[in-house]
Write a protein that binds this ligand. Structure first.
Ligand code: ARG
Length: 503
């Protein structure tokens, strides 16, 4: 049989595609991301076709050998990607097999398959890997945060609302809050992974095949947890990648907000933190500078990742059920999202590894602050029986007087009495001893009674529990990686049985 002019698919069309249009259409250059996945997916498909008796062992063996040599040439950089020649990696792979064997043999490769289920498969295979890489990176960052929290159990830190001094707390407590954000990101990644890790192959173009394909077997050979069962769902559905991009966006928002804290706190005005020199940037003109450029870039890349999510959502909302070529455009933003997110998480891990905390500055700021005012008001509720609203007024008045007379809150006992006489007409039943206790920032964390507060006992408990939680996440990750390795080995065995059997 004579080969079709302009590619293996163009049987109905009289002429090859116009060159510029062919380049415009082709996804070949961006398909480098899924090249290996396409080869592996094809191996699994061919093994299954052979096991089902749809193609003979001899043919299967030859196709598998061709795939092996393609993989080798690809890894050696010998495969040229010419978008004028091939629409995509799928055409390249099939054309290669046919060229290596013959159309009589290689022409059987695509039996019972469509590029629609094939590309959905490739994306899932690739995304699965990338999600596990992201998982590893996030886990490391969370581990690092918990480790650093453990070193700062007693470091006083003011917490801010509206970027104004709010309450006295501990640095360990804040680092644990960051870690908790990330633990939820891991939950999102896991849920997303479970939905990604399902096999669409065997859906054909949209409505299944008349051939006796064994879908569960291909799924097994590729290490999937099951099928995307409905064939129309399997080729149409891209919510799995939206979910991945959305999870990345949320994660990047978390990192961006941490970056905001650290950029602010590394200013001379705060001086709470200092980046290690190897993670800071100089200025071309101002010799004194130590700029937090990595943090700023992390913040900016969060914007980029959110934009990519938005591109994906806009792209998908207009695609009717089934495959349309629009879907081709969903891949580059997805890969870009994962690249940016993974590298940002890794950089943040390095930052938290090397970040210096200036404990003295943090304590000094807490000691000078009027932030114990909340605790003082609550103490008046607890010990002097005042309604919260009255206590709030009283302490507010005390703070105002103290600011006017330039005294610290700790020195303002007499001002509380003065305020009380003025507002309530009597002195509160609140001895100086209690006043000192509730205005000393160093004693305040221990006064907090609520679960999840920076009470040092609570911090210790949370540290212990988060360490345990992180261990469980490590085990889960290890298990998923092992599942993938096992499937890879199984497919490898089947492939070598067939390709060595008959050559
Ligand atoms: N290159 C295409 C993509 O990336 C593969 C699927 C093409 N399917 C089709 N029916 N034209 O989405």
């Amino acid at each position: 049989m004579k080969a079709e002019e302009g590619g293996i698919y163009r049987s109905r069309l009289r002429r090859p595609m116009e060159a510029e249009a062919a380049s415009y259409l082709s996804s070949l250059t961006e398909d480098v991301e899924i090249f290996e996945e396409d080869v592996r997916g094809t191996e699994a498909h061919v093994v299954m076709l052979c096991e089902q008796g749809i193609i003979g062992r001899g043919d299967a063996g030859k196709i598998l050998q061709a795939l092996e040599s393609l993989r080798k040439e690809w890894r050696e950089g010998k495969i040229r990607l010419d978008p004028e020649r091939f629409e995509d990696v799928h055409e390249l792979v099939e054309a290669y097999i046919i060229a290596q064997t013959s159309v009589e043999v290689g022409g059987k490769t695509h039996t019972g398959r469509s590029r629609n289920d094939q590309v959905a498969l490739d994306i899932r295979l690739r995304l699965r890997r990338r999600l596990l890489e992201l998982w590893e990176a996030v886990l490391r960052l969370a581990e690092r945060l918990v480790e650093r929290a453990g070193e700062e159990e007693n470091t006083l830190l003011l917490l801010y609302t509206h970027t104004q001094q709010a309450q006295v707390s501990l640095l360990s407590h804040l680092l644990l809050a960051y870690a908790d954000h990330l633990l939820r990101d891991l939950e999102r990644l896991e849920a997303c992974y479970r939905r990604v890790n399902r096999c669409p192959l065997g859906a054909s173009a949209i409505a299944g095949s008349t051939l006796p394909l064994n879908r569960l077997r291909t799924a097994e050979l590729l290490g999937f947890e099951g099928l995307v069962e409905n064939s129309a769902d399997a080729v149409s559905g891209r919510d799995f990648l939206l979910e991945a991009a959305a999870s990345c966006s949320i994660l990047m928002v978390h990192l961006s907000r941490m970056a905001e804290d650290l950029v602010l706190w590394s200013s001379s005005e705060f001086g709470y933190v200092e980046l290690p020199d190897e993670l800071a940037s100089p200025s071309s003109v101002m010799p004194q500078k130590k700029n937090p450029c990595l943090l700023e870039l992390g913040r900016a890349k969060a914007g980029r990742v959110l934009g990519l999510l938005s591109a994906l959502l806009s792209l998908l909302k207009g695609v009717p059920t089934g495959y349309s070529r629009d879907l081709q455009e969903a891949k580059p933003p997805l890969w870009e999202t994962l690249n940016q997110t993974i590298s940002t998480v890794r950089i943040f891990e390095k930052i938290f590894e090397g970040l210096k905390f200036n404990r003295e500055r943090m304590a000094e700021a807490a000691l000078q602050s009027y932030a114990p005012a909340v605790d003082l008001a609550e103490a008046l509720v607890k010990h002097a029986g005042l309604p919260l609203r009255q206590a709030h007024r009283l302490v507010g008045e005390t703070v105002r007087l103290a600011l006017e007379r330039r005294v610290s809150l700790r020195e303002a006992y007499s001002l509380l009495e003065e305020a009380s006489m003025k507002l309530l007409g009597f002195k509160p039943a609140f001895p100086r001893r209690l006043y000192e206790r509730y205005t000393d920032p160093r004693r305040l964390p221990a006064e907090r009674l609520t679960q999840g507060s920076p009470n040092p006992r609570e911090v210790k408990r949370m540290l212990r529990e988060r360490r345990e939680t992180l261990k469980r996440w490590r085990l889960k990750l290890r298990k998923l990686l092992r599942n993938l390795e096992r499937a890879e080995a199984m497919l490898g065995r089947e492939v070598s049985k067939l390709s060595k059997g008959k050559a």
